[in-house]
Design a protein around this ligand. Structure first.
Ligand code: AHR
Length: 509
C-alpha cells in the first residue's frame, strides 16, 4: 500500500485540446426544469420574458456552453410546431414519458432566447420516436433556413428574422430503451438515423449529428446496439451518444466512488466499437463521443415512480428533484476527471440536468435559487479545465471495494491553459481510510508557483446544501510546499482538490 501519490507533469505530454462543449448541460421538459426553473413569469427575479435572472446568473457562473433540449424521453413524442407561434393558440399536450401535461407556454423560440441570454449554444434533439425524416426537415428549415419557403417564412411570421443557426442535432433519444416511445431495433433505428442525417445534410452539410448509443452500460443490447447502429449510420454521423447515471443504493461510499472504473470500461468499449466499424467500413473518419447525459440519479426514483403512477397528468410537478450529498459531488468530480482523461474522444458532455431536475441548481418557486453540492466540481472544471489536457505520469496506491478491485487511490487530470499559461490539477482522494501525501513534479514549468488551492472536504458523506444552509462550499488551503518545481501536500481522505499553478509573479508562493 503506497501512502504517496506522485505526478509528473510536462508541457509535452499533450493529449488533446478540450472542446468547450465538454461543459454542456441539459434542459428537458420534465418536472420543474422549465416551469418555475428557468422560466417563471411573475417571480421577483424574472425579466420581461419570464426568465429567472437568479437562475441565469448561476448558469453563467457554471460557464455552460451547450444545452441539449427539449429531451430526453420527452422528445420522443414532441410536436415542435405546438411550441412555436402565439402563446395563447399553442396546444396543450400529454407528455407520455413523464405522464404530465405540457402547456407549451415555453417552446423553441423562448428556449433560443434564453440560450442567447445564457451565452450557450443549442443542442437540438429530434423526435425519431413517433415522427421521422419529414418533421426533422421541417424543424431544420424553421430553425436554420433563410429561404423564401414555408417553414422559414413561418419563423419570420413568428417574429424571428434571423435563423437560429443550430449546429448540433441529436438523432432521437435512447432509442434502444423499451421505455422509449417509438423504441426501435438497432438496425431499424440506424437506418432512420442515417436517412434523417443524410436528408438534413442535403439542406446544410455543415451540421453535426449525434446518433443514439445505448441508454446505459447495463442494457442487454450493449455494445451490439452501437455496432449495428453504426453499421447503418457511420458515414452520416459525427458522434455517438453515451448516457450513464450512478447511484449509491448500497450506501457504500468506497464502492460508489469506484464506479468511474466502470465508466472507464464503458468509454473504452464504445471507442473500440466505433473503431471496429470504422475498420470494417475502411473509413477514414474518426467517430467521436457525446456523453450527453451523466450524473448521479437515484435519490428520488422510487418516489417519482409512485407519483407518476398515482398522480399523473399534472403540469410541471416536482419530479427527479434529487438533493445531492457531499459524496455525490466527489463522484461528479471523478466523472469530470475521467472525461478529461478521454478528451481526445469525448467532445461533448451534458450534465443531466441543469435546473431542478437532477440538477446543480435548485429553485424555490416562492424564493431564491441555490447551488447543490454537485455545482462545485463542475464549476471548477469548467472554469479551470479549458485548454490542453496533459497526461501526467501517475503512481498511486490502490484499494479494493465490495465490487471493484485495484481501485486507484487518487484520480487526477491536468489541464494547461494556453491563454494564460495556467496549469491546473484536478484530483480526488477516494482512499476510504486515509489522507495521502501528494506530490506533483512540474519539471517543465519553470518559475511556476501555486495560485490557488481549492477543496471540498467533509467527514460527513451525506452532507447536503439547501435553500437556507449550504455547508458544502469550496475551501482554500495554504498548507503545501513548492520547492524546485515540486508541489507537496496532503490530500484529505474523500476530498475534491483543484490546484492552480501560474507563473510565480502571479502566484501566492
Ligand atoms: O435525464 C432524465 C432521463 O434520463 C432522460 O429523459 C432520458 O433520456 C434518460 O433516461
Amino acid at each position: 500500500m503506497e501512502d504517496k501519490t506522485k505526478l509528473i507533469i510536462d508541457k509535452d505530454f499533450r493529449l488533446a485540446d478540450v472542446d468547450d462543449r465538454l461543459y454542456g448541460s441539459f434542459i428537458e421538459h420534465l418536472g420543474r426544469a422549465v416551469y418555475t426553473g428557468i422560466y417563471q413569469p411573475g417571480h421577483p427575479s424574472a425579466d420581461e420574458k419570464g426568465f429567472r435572472r437568479d437562475v441565469l446568473a448561476l448558469v453563467k457562473e457554471l460557464g455552460i456552453r451547450i444545452v441539449r433540449y427539449p429531451g430526453g424521453n420527452f422528445v420522443s413524442n414532441f410536436y415542435w410546431e405546438d411550441s412555436v407561434g402565439p402563446v395563447n393558440s399553442r396546444k396543450k399536450r400529454l407528455d407520455l414519458a413523464w405522464r404530465t401535461v405540457e402547456s407549451n407556454e415555453f417552446g423553441l423560440g423562448e428556449f433560443a432566447d434564453w440560450c442567447r441570454q445564457a451565452d450557450c449554444e443549442i443542442m437540438m434533439a429530434l423526435n425519431l420516436g413517433t415522427r421521422g425524416i419529414a418533421d426533422a426537415l421541417n424543424l431544420l428549415e424553421y430553425c436554420n433556413m433563410d429561404t423564401p419557403t414555408y417553414y422559414a417564412d413561418l419563423r419570420r411570421q413568428h417574429g424571428v428574422d434571423k435563423p437560429y443557426g443550430i449546429k448540433t442535432w441529436c438523432l432521437g433519444n435512447e432509442m434502444d430503451g423499451p421505455w422509449q416511445t417509438g423504441h426501435k431495433t438497432a438496425t431499424a433505428y440506424g437506418r432512420l438515423a442515417a436517412e434523417t442525417a443524410k436528408a438534413m445534410k442535403a439542406m446544410d452539410d455543415s451540421l453535426e449529428f449525434v446518433v443514439c448509443g445505448s441508454s446505459n452500460v447495463d442494457m442487454p443490447s450493449f455494445p451490439q446496439w452501437e455496432a449495428s447502429t453504426l453499421e447503418e449510420a457511420y458515414d452520416y454521423v459525427d458522434y455517438i451518444s453515451l448516457h450513464q447515471y450512478y447511484g449509491n443504493r448500497e450506501d457504500d461510499t468506497a464502492d460508489f466512488l469506484a464506479k468511474t472504473q466502470d465508466l472507464e470500461n464503458f468509454i473504452h468499449t464504445v471507442t473500440a466499437t466505433c473503431d471496429f466499424v470504422k475498420a470494417k467500413k475502411r473509413s477514414h473518419k474518426k467517430m467521436y463521443l457525446s456523453f450527453d447525459e451523466w450524473n448521479v440519479w437515484y435519490h428520488t426514483t422510487d418516489a417519482d415512480n409512485g407519483q407518476m403512477a398515482r398522480q399523473p397528468w399534472q403540469h410541471a410537478p416536482r419530479l427527479l428533484e434529487d438533493i445531492y450529498t457531499f459524496e455525490d459531488a466527489l463522484l461528479n468530480g471523478l466523472i469530470l476527471i475521467t472525461f478529461l482523461k478521454h478528451a481526445d474522444r469525448i467532445k461533448i458532455a451534458c450534465l443531466a440536468q441543469l435546473v431542478n431536475v437532477i440538477a446543480p441548481i435548485m429553485t424555490d418557486p416562492r424564493g431564491g435559487a441555490f447551488r447543490q453540492t454537485i455545482f462545485y466540481p463542475f464549476l471548477h472544471v469548467s472554469r479551470y479545465g479549458r485548454g490542453t489536457v496533459l497526461t501526467p505520469v501517475i503512481s498511486t496506491g490502490t484499494h479494493d471495494t465490495a465490487r471493484h478491485s485495484r481501485v486507484t487511490d487518487i484520480e487526477a487530470a491536468v489541464v494547461h491553459s494556453g491563454a494564460d499559461g495556467r496549469v491546473t490539477i484536478f484530483a480526488v482522494n477516494r482512499n476510504p481510510v486515509r489522507d495521502l501525501t501528494f506530490e506533483a513534479d512540474l519539471r517543465s514549468f519553470t518559475g511556476y508557483g501555486v495560485k490557488e488551492f481549492l477543496t471540498l472536504e467533509s467527514s460527513d458523506m451525506k452532507l447536503v446544501n439547501s435553500a437556507t444552509y449550504s455547508p458544502v462550499v469550496p475551501g482554500n488551503r495554504t498548507d503545501f510546499t513548492m520547492t524546485d518545481g515540486i508541489f507537496t501536500t496532503t490530500l484529505k481522505k474523500y476530498s475534491w482538490n483543484v490546484i492552480v499553478f501560474r507563473n510565480r509573479k502571479e502566484s501566492i508562493t
